[in-house]
Design a protein around this ligand. Sequence first.
Ligand code: SAH
Ligand code: MG
Length: 195
Amino acid sequence: MLDELIRNMKEYAKENNVPIMTEGGINYLMKYIKKNNIRKILEVGTAIGYSAILMCSVDENISITTIERDEKRYLEALKNIKKAHMEDRIDLIYKDALDVNLLEEYDLIFIDAAKAQNRNFFERFKKNLANDGTIITDNMNFHGLVNKDLESIESRNLRQLVRKVKEYREFLENNKEFTTDFFDIGDGIAVSRKA
Ligand code: SAH
Ligand code: MG
C-alpha cells in the first residue's frame, strides 16, 4: 500500500519537476535512522512529503516535523501524509523555515531546501539538535557543478549558487563545533555531528 503511494509520488515528482531525493540518498538516510535509533526528526524542505514519509516508515516510534514554504507542494504533501496514515506522526509546517522558531530537540535534522540558505538553516536549527544528534545536508555536489571551475559556468546566478554551496562545504570543514563526513551518495551528503 505504501509502495503504491511511493510509486505515485515518484511519478508526480518527475512530471512536476519536484527535486525529491535520489534512491541512493534516501536509502542512506533510512539506514542511518535505523542504525542510530533515531526517534525525532526535523526536516527542512518537505516538497510533496516523499522523504518524510519514507523516513517515518522506518519505525513506528518515529515522529517528524517538516517545513515547506511552497503552497502547492505543501498541499500535495498534506494529501500524501494522510494517504500514508501518518498525520499523527508527521507535523507539517507551511512557512519559510527561516521564520520558524522551534523549542524542541531532535535526534536528526535533515536539511534539503534552498541550497543557498544551507548555512542559515544550519545555524538557525543547531540549537534544536540533541547532544548526540546529527545534521544531514543534501545536495552537497549540486549535480556535479561544485567540482567545476567557477569561470566555466556561464550563468551569473548559477555561479553565485555554486559559490554558496562551496562556501557551505568550507563552513562545515572548518567548523570547530561539528565534525562532518562527506559522502558521494545521491547528490552528495554531509553528515555532521557535534565534535
Ligand atoms: N526533502 C524532499 C525534497 C525537498 S525539495 C524529498 O526528498 O522528498 C526542496 C524543497 O524545499 C522545495 O519544495 C522548496 O519549496 C522548499 N524550500 C526551499 N527553501 C525553503 C525555505 N526557506 N523554507 C521552507 N521550504 C523551503
Ligand atoms: Mg535534495
